[in-house]
Design a binder for this molecule. Structure first.
Ligand code: HAM
Length: 436
């Protein structure tokens, strides 16, 4: 390729990083709006942190020998020679910010965040290199009541989105750090007895992170893993009581769950409760929301011991799920209600003003003004193409009589001539009382 050819080649987006196009943004806005109002109803406050942090923050919190830190981070040197990383998740940044701004001193916090995260994974449906999470993190609360609350909060979101019947809650307890260390020895001894049945990846993990072997999806190891000793049978007394109390609260709230003794999570900061919400409707990337307790992390990052629990959900996966299950309500399609159609250029000013008036009177109305002139026929074509349900036509006759002609673009229905004063009421009757 000659130099001039290569300079003309179109530059494309980075693999695994997606543009959100206009046809999809209404569904994202619908989902984000639902989450935002739900979190306000539970008394959570939003926190926004930079998308870039010092690399050490993630290495020290997520763990040096996790997949994320070992091979998935976007890490680079900035112009000062500092090692920086695009955040692969939100918990570490949230803890860093909460500590830095004194939010954890003798107080509890219920925080949430939303935004892009970056992991250099192999892209496929539901798995991207830039993806978006909504997460919640709570600090200063050690009892199982807050574990139950964050789970109930997520369950309410699924219910309000129509998803509750389509998702499964998997639950486990990882116990205390001491119980985990003792269990680790038991597990390593078991795996050593079955060394010949471990795949290469698992052999490597045997010394670095043996608990993660339990997470292996390799079918050849399934039987051996099913017989492995279970952490839930080796819990310390306090963690057992915490877990039992949590299960009792979920039972009382009518939340069904499956205890999955092999659920260990891919980040090192967890202890005690861990959970994942999964679906079978998305293929292999079926975890839509995941989290757990991380009581040791604040101290590990230099703060005072502070109990904490939270979760994050993947927005791409939830949006995909709503589409796959055809659970997208009309309001999330972003369709126009009304196309304001001046029949000729002389009516443009009046149509512009009428649009302003109607938007003032009906705050939920989605109305678009025809701009750009054209013949009456081409104007009507544009009205039809706009996707609006109704068109409001203004021409010389209408201007003279203070009326507008209401045309139904999606139904076989006689058009109506209406007094402009009566429009707001008629439109409310036709469209319902919209506040979004
Ligand atoms: P995580 O399990 O790594 O946990 O990610 C949480 C969710 O983010 C996943 O269940 C999935 O829905 C979504 N997700 C993760 N990676 C990708 C990807 N490459 N493409 C699309 N979606 C993805 C955490 O990040 C923890 N910080 C959660 C947490 C908060 N734990 C306590 N507090």
């Amino acid at each position: 390729m000659s130099k001039s050819d290569s300079s003309k080649k179109k530059i494309q987006a980075i693999r695994g990083m997606n543009d959100l196009l206009p046809e999809h943004s209404p569904l994202w806005q619908y989902f984000e709006g639902k989450v935002r109002s739900l979190l306000a109803r539970y008394g959570y406050a939003e926190i926004r942190t930079p998308i870039v942090e010092q690399t050490a923050l993630f290495a020290r919190s997520i763990g040096e020998v996790t997949d994320i830190v070992e091979k998935e981070m976007y890490t680079f040197e900035d112009r000062n020679g500092d090692s920086l990383t695009l955040r692969p998740e939100g918990t570490a940044s949230c803890v860093r910010a909460a500590m830095e701004h004194g939010l954890l001193h003798n107080q509890t916090q219920r925080l949430w965040y939303q935004g892009p995260m970056f992991r250099h994974e192999r892209p496929q449906k539901g798995r991207y290199r830039q993806f978006h999470q909504v997460g919640v993190e709570t600090f200063g609360l050690e009892g199982p009541d807050i574990d139950a609350e964050v789970i109930l909060l997520s369950a309410r979101l699924w219910r309000e989105l129509g998803l509750l019947e389509q998702v499964t809650l998997e639950l486990n307890s990882l116990g205390s750090a001491e119980a985990r260390a003792a269990y680790r020895d038991t597990l390593v001894a078991y795996f050593e007895q079955h060394h010949d049945r471990l795949d290469e990846d698992s052999r490597r993990r045997l010394t670095s992170n043996p608990l993660r072997i339990l997470d292996s999806k390799n079918p050849e190891m399934a039987a051996m893993l099913a017989d492995a000793p279970k952490l839930i049978d080796h819990l310390d007394e306090e963690s057992r009581a915490h877990f039992e109390a949590l299960c009792a609260m979920l039972d009382a709230a009518g939340i069904t769950y499956e205890i999955n003794p092999r659920l260990v999570r891919g980040l090192d900061y967890y202890g005690r409760t861990v959970f994942e919400w999964t679906t079978t409707a998305l293929g292999s990337q079926g975890t839509i929301c995941a989290g757990g307790r991380y009581d040791g992390l604040v101290e590990q990052l230099g703060g005072k011991p502070t109990p904490a629990v939270g979760f994050a959900m993947g927005i791409e996966r939830l949006v995909l799920l709503l589409e796959t299950l055809e659970l997208v309500p009309d309001a999330a399609r972003g369709e126009l209600d009304l196309y304001l159609l001046p029949m000729d250029d002389a009516a443009t000013g009046a149509a512009l003003q009428l649009g302003e008036r109607l938007r003032g009177e009906l705050p939920g109305l989605r109305a678009q003004l025809h701009c750009g002139g054209g013949s009456f026929k081409s104007r009507l074509k544009k009205a039809d193409k706009s996707g609006a349900r109704l068109a409001l036509l203004l021409g010389e006759n209408e201007l003279n009589h203070g009326t507008a002609t209401l045309k139904f673009l999606r139904e076989e229905r006689e058009q109506q001539s209406l007094a402009q004063e009566a429009l707001a009421e008629t439109l409310t009757g036709l469209l319902g009382n919209r506040d979004t």
